[in-house]
Design a protein around this ligand. Sequence first.
Ligand code: NAP
Length: 267
Amino acid sequence: MPLIEIPLIGLGTLENKDPSKTPASIAKAIELGYQHIDTAQLYFNEEIVGKGIQQSGISRDEIFLATKVSPVFLQPDDVKRTTRESIDKLGVEYLDLLYIHWPAETYEPQSTLDAFNEVLEEGLTKHIAVSNFTPPLLDEASAISKAPLIANQVEMHPLLRQNEMLEYVKKHDIYLVAYSPLAQGQVFEIPEVQEVAERRGISEAQVSLAWLLSKDNVIAIPKATSEAHQRANLEAAEIKLAPDDIKLIDSIEDEDRIMDPYFAPDW
Ligand SMILES: NC(=O)c1ccc[n+]([C@@H]2O[C@H](COP(=O)([O-])OP(=O)(O)OC[C@H]3O[C@@H](n4cnc5c(N)ncnc54)[C@H](OP(=O)(O)O)[C@@H]3O)[C@@H](O)[C@H]2O)c1
């Protein structure tokens, strides 16, 4: 079992930054029961997401709030300055989780991780983690960091099954936080996902999320702005797929990675 418990379905917020709609949609999600919210400096929406959290009226300790330091701010002074800025924008006193967004640009393992450990010791965040790290990069980072890196947030869905990273997180008792868990809509077109959806009388989105949550140590953070999608995704946490359903999705051979910027590591 990993060190701490994190709500298994979190709310992704990439591209959710319309000042006239986003706060209400975040507040609605919280009202429906979301207790884990994922944002990032790079999404340029921390202030708007923060407004939604405040609007919901939920008490701070009932929300697991995660943000990520941009790859251009991974030098020590920038880590400290921008983490404080993120906290201010979000309108909170502390974060639950602070990620290194990508092992890229200004990332320098020793000094970046030292800075992450400092903001942790200062109480700016309760936990630290990484995103888009490969197993060797995670080995290196974990060896340097004094505090445990509790998660690796990586792209995962039926078209990117992450078998190696699944083994890794199990072995090291950390979380794999699955981003783009619906492959931004592409999972709806996969015949195997459609077959399971029909068999179980659930949506393709729910198949993808229930399949992800059938794996040890996996958390999923689908982005949903509409109430219907938010509700359906939250319900997926209660759906248990049959072993045959899981096997069918495991057997998909097609592969597609959505997020592969020029600075991505050698996957
Ligand atoms: N660490 C990283 O580098 C990284 C990279 C990418 C993403 N992320 C995080 O992961 C989160 C999720 O990934 P994502 O935003 O790329 O894509 P995603 O969650 O795979 O897909 C989001 C899309 O699916 C739609 N959708 C959601 N629930 C649905 C449902 N039940 N039925 C039908 N359609 C549904 C959404 O529509 P509506 O909005 O209209 O509801 C939206 O268009 C991001 O928001 C972000 O927080 C992290």
